[in-house]
Each structure stands twice: as C-alpha cells, then as structure tokens.
Design a binder for this molecule. Sequence first.
Ligand SMILES: [Zn+2]
Length: 323
Amino acid sequence: MYWGLAAATVFATLLMAGIAASASAWLLEAAWSRVGRAKSFGGPAVHAECVFCWRMLPAAAAVFASCGIAFPAFLRFEPRHTSETINPFLGAIAMAGFAMSVVALFRIARGAWAGLHCMRYWRTHARLLGMCGAVPVYELDIAGSLVAAVGAFRPAIFISTAVRAALSEAELSAAILHEAAHLEVHDNLKRILLRSVPMPLRRRQADRSWSIACELAADARAVAAHASALELASALIKVGRLSHTAIPQSVLASHLVPADQPSSIAMRVERLLALSNAPSGYQPGSGWQVLLYAALPAASLACICLQPSTLAAAHQWIEKLVS
Ligand SMILES: [Zn+2]
C-alpha cells in the first residue's frame, strides 16, 4: 500500500498542480495582454521563446510539484508501515492525473514514430540536392508546396519538385536557410512538447501565437545568415500560391508556409521588406536569453521548495488529501 499511496499522491498532485498552474498562466497572459505589451516585447525570436516558456510553464510546474516536492515529502515523512489507504477522492484524481500523463507520453511517442516513418520513406524516394551545414537537403518528386525541415534529432530538409521548379536558385537558397533557422533553435523538438503537453485554457491561441512568432524569427535568422530578404519574400509568395502538400499532422515538420498560416504571408513579406532596408550586420536577437532568464528563477524556486520546512508543509497537505 505504501508505494500505491505514493503513486496516487504523485499523480493527484500532478493533476491539481497542472490545473492551478494553467489557471495562473492564463491570468498572467490576460494581464499581460491587457497592458498591451505582449506583441511589442522584444523581437520575434524573444517573443517565440516567451510564448514557449509560458506554454510549458503549467506542465513544468506540475511535474516539479509532484516529483520534486510531493514525492520527496512522502518518502521523508510517511511511515513505511502506514495504515492509510487510497480514498475514493484521491483515487479518482490520481487516475485522472495518470491518464493525462499516459496521453502526453503517447502523443510524444506517436509524433516521434510518425516522424521517423515519414523520414525513412521520404529519404528512400528522394534525391539528395546537397547539404545545408550538417543537414541534408532532398528533392521529393511530388506536387504541392512542400518546403519543410522534418525531424528533431537527425533532421532533413525536403523540397517538392514543384517548389524547385517554381523558385529561382536565390529564392531556393533563401527558403533553405529559413528551414535551417528552424532547426538551429530546435523548433521541431519544441513542437512535439507543445503538442504533447495539455493545457485546459487558450491552448489553440497560444500555439498559434508561438507558430507565427516562430516563422517571423526563422525569417529574421535566415536574413541574418545572409539570405536575401527580397528573395525570401518572393519565395514565400510563390510557395504560398502552390497547392498545399498534405502530410500527416503527427509528423514533426517546420514549413516555409505552414498550412494554417496562409494569411500571415502578407505580414511576413512586409517584415522582410523592412529587413531588406535594415543596415547590414543585422542580428535578430537570441531567444536563449529568455530560456536563461526563465531557468534562473526556476532554479531559485526549486532550492526554496526543497527546504525541509517546505517538505514538511507538503506532507501535511498530503495527509489532508489521504485522510
Ligand atoms: Zn517556417
């Protein structure tokens, strides 16, 4: 019963902390939007990382509360020969927390498997065009607007024959640099986390906001990597006119023109035209600073939470849950 009670405590805490953190994140976002700074803060790279951190915050808080506080508190203070049992309330929320975890892990596994399967199939049917740094670039003999960086750990860039025929060499080169920019900041890895982590409130808006910021940031990084802003803008318009290439939704891919964002092309072209007039040596800014700024308070909070007095308070809360 000891380990059953421990598991029930962990999963129940996971669910309740997840709900509480989601509500807090939603209130934070509402307050941030109200003061009108959400769109003006930093460049697109910084904005994309802010949205990603905000989106991952509830899940990270829930995992920390359950595995980093509730579980150590249980191990430290609960007697091994406890007479306590799993009551119906604790059992129900623990089951819900367990189901939520299984669904999240299943989504990660499904995304990874679909990506691997798609990559294997495409690689055997594609022609190697060259390398962009360490990333192979393939041409796939299909119609439609496919320009995508696929995979998270051994990624590749795929371009459809229709796109290759429609774009000039300079436009194609700019499009490939846009895809390489996605891979440089691990957008596909972030994509699988965003798809897998549940969020009860405003998930669709948050993911769309991240996706748009991601595209703007990849455009800016491509220009910083010496892609021509005008050629990239031209490539966006030409690819946007082609019919969309349907690939399974579970495949991890960062596109030049995402299927759900045809309306963002005008905004991206406008920004690229502005970048074409920017002084040379333009730098888009780094989103890693945001991750660092997020990690420092998180580490400080972790040190505070793992104090013996915090664990004792957590165990008292656990006692109320099981009684
Ligand atoms: Zn893109």
